[in-house]
Design a protein around this ligand. Structure first.
Ligand code: NAD
Length: 284
């Protein structure tokens, strides 16, 4: 990606942008975009290699970036990384809470309840407590803890903000993924709560709600092992008026806009759908 590929120019010179889940498909693109806008980008991920590889790509293109190993579920890990970022880049201006996802242990095989016909079928009654716990923790605590650690830097400073990643399933739950749907509804709700809580100290908190993007975390639901689309993919595309998956690039305009104090200075507590019309369409 080059400067020309950005939807518009935003100047983030001297701003420190911390992105969790930055080794992943969607957030690595966000890291690139902020770097092209001259931010200093801290890429945090459970998988250090992924974060470092993307940081190196950014540096090779002339940007400022560094990869850090961090677990968004462990406050100690985040605090250690926070201290390192303070030394490397300075105080965090913009936090993107990108780490999140679902688990097969919290996913039913079928959309509608039916008698269990084989051992491979996961009914509502087979869903694992630990699957739900994992998904709630990753999405909700994984948004709360980095916010607690990095928003400390934002107090008493101008132009700071937090951007959370919600999902379409937060508005209306998607079949098969009850934990992920409930967890993202929690992320949207928490976004509004924190936006209100921080409003008087001028830290804006918003979320984007991506529709359907084909990435690592949902590939098993969307594609058969032979690469053909699953029935779920057909259904998604039929219910997305624009008739296609989104691309990671198509999130960038919203991310750069909502993070910009000049462009979005009076916007806080919103959950912005980026979904090709999915949430506007009743299916009829
Ligand atoms: P991804 O799996 O490509 O990226 C997620 C990244 O988070 C991975 O690099 C992973 O290593 C990291 N991660 C996982 N657990 C972590 C932890 N405990 N600590 C630190 N990092 C951790 O997924 P993606 O599709 O790029 O998703 C990014 C965000 O967007 C997620 O919050 C996801 O729920 C959300 N989202 C995705 C879609 C979609 O269609 N892909 C739609 C709506 C919302």
């Amino acid at each position: 990606m080059t400067q020309k590929d950005l939807p518009f120019q935003v100047d983030y010179t001297d701003k420190v942008v911390v992105i969790t889940g930055a080794g992943g498909v969607l957030c690595s693109k966000m890291a690139e975009a902020f770097a092209l806008c001259h931010a200093k980008v801290a890429l945090l991920d459970l998988h250090l290699e992924a974060a470092e590889a993307k940081a190196q790509e950014i540096i090779n293109e002339g940007g400022i970036a560094k990869g850090y190993a961090a677990n968004v579920l462990q406050k100690d890990s985040l605090e250690a990384v926070h201290q390192q970022i303070l030394k490397d880049f300075g105080k965090c201006d913009i936090l993107i809470n990108g780490a999140g996802g679902n688990s097969p242990k919290a996913t039913t095989t079928d959309e509608f309840y039916a008698d269990k016909l084989s051992e491979d079928t996961i009914t509502f009654f087979d869903l694992k407590t630990e699957g739900f716990q994992f998904v709630f923790d990753l999405n909700i605590l994984g948004t709360l803890l980095p916010s607690q650690v990095f928003a400390v830097d934002m107090i008493g400073r101008e132009g700071c903000s937090i951007l959370n990643i919600s999902s379409m399933n937060a508005f209306t739950p998607l079949t098969k993924i009850p934990a992920y749907s409930a967890a993202k509804a929690g992320v949207s709700n928490f976004t509004q709560w924190l936006a209100t809580h921080f409003a008087k100290i001028n830290i804006r908190v918003n979320a984007i709600a991506p529709g359907f993007f084909s990435t690592k975390q949902n590939e098993k639901l969307l594609w058969n092992p032979d690469g053909t689309p699953t029935a779920r993919t057909e259904k998604i595309l039929n219910n997305t008026p624009m008739g296609r998956f989104g691309t990671a690039d198509e999130l960038l305009g919203s991310v750069l806009f909502l993070s910009s104090p000049e462009a979005a200075g009076f916007i806080t507590g919103i959950i912005l759908p980026i979904d090709g019309g999915f949430s506007a369409y009743s299916g009829v």
